[in-house]
Design a binder for this molecule. Sequence first.
Ligand code: NAP
Ligand code: GLV
Length: 310
Amino acid sequence: MKILVVSSHPATQERWVEPISNAIPEAEVALWHPDLPPQNADIAVVWSPPAELFERERNLRAVFNLGAGVDGLLKLPTLSADTPIVRLEDAGMAVQMAEYAVWAITRASRQFDDYVAQQQAGVWATLSELRRAQWPVGVLGAGVMGSKVAQTLAALDYPVAGWSRSGKVPAGVESFAGLDELPAFLARSRVLINTLPLTAETRDILRRETLEQLMPQAHIINMGRGEHLVEEDLLALLDAGHIERATLDVFRQEPLPKDHPFWKHPKVTITPHVAAISLQHETVAQIINKIQRLMRGEPLSGVVQRDRGY
Ligand code: NAP
Ligand code: GLV
C-alpha cells in the first residue's frame, strides 16, 4: 500500500509522515510534491492540496482530509466524483470550538473586556450583573462542532438554539430546521455562532438580509468559513449599530490582507483560523484507524456525501 501526504502548509506536512509509517509499517508513506512522477498511490492524506495531485494520482481508493471542512477539496475539478473523501470527525477540535465560543461570548456578556479596560485605568468597580436571558445564542450547524458548542453554552445556562437541515440538536437546545425556520431562529438570537460547512446552500448565509433579522445589539462569531460571511454587509451593520461586535476566525481571503478594515475595526476581533486546530495525536490515530478499516473492507464513518457537499 502506498500513502501520499500533502498539505498546503509545507512547513508542517512532514509531521504526519512518521507517525503514519510507524502505525502501518507495511505501507510506504511519502510526501507528495508536484515534481514527482505519478506514484499510483492507494491513499492520499491531505489538507488543501493542489489540483495537480489528483491529475497524477488516478487510482486513489480514498482521500483522508486533515480537517473537518472539505470545501477546499470539493472545489478541485480534478478530484474524481467516485473517490471517497473521508473528513476528520472531532479529533479534539469540537472542544476547542466550544472554548472559542465561550471566550467570545463571555468577554461581552460578563464584561471582561470592560474589566481589562478598568485595570488599565486603575479603576476598581463592579459592573452590572449578567442576565443570561439577555444573551440568547443561536448556533448555525448542529453537527460535530455545533453540537459541542451548543451543549457547552447550554451547560452555562445561556438560552441556546441550534439550526440544521434535519433538526437534530443535543438535549437542552431548542431546534430549528431548514430555511423555513431560519427567520424564527434568527429573530430569537442575539449571539449568532456559525459552525456550518461551506456548501452551495450555505455560502453567503451571513449577509445583510439574515443579519438584520437578529435581535438588536447582536454579536456574530464566525468559525465556519470566510465565504459564509458577506464582509461588506457586516461592516455596514456594525457601523449602523445593529450589530454590536464580531469575532471572526475565518475570512474570504486568508491570510487576511494587511489593508483589510477588520484589522483595525474597534468592534471586530480577529484570529488567524485557529478556533480549532488539527491535533497531531488525535488526527493521526483517527486516520490510521480508518485506513486499517478500509484495508479490512469495513465501512467508514465521516465519508462526505458529495450531493449535499459535507
Ligand atoms: P458536520 O458534523 O458535518 O455538521 C454540519 C452541520 O451543518 C450539520 O448539523 C448539518 O445539518 C448542518 N448543515 C449543513 N448544511 C446545512 C444547510 N444547508 N442548512 C442547515 N444546516 C446545514 O460538520 P462539523 O464537523 O461540525 O464541521 C462544520 C464546519 O466547521 C466545517 O465544515 C468547517 O468549515 C468548520 N470548522 C472550522 C474550524 C476552525 O478552526 N475555524 C475547525 C473545524 C471545523 P444536519 O445535522 O441536518 O446534517
Ligand atoms: C478547519 O478549518 C477544519 O475544517 O478542520
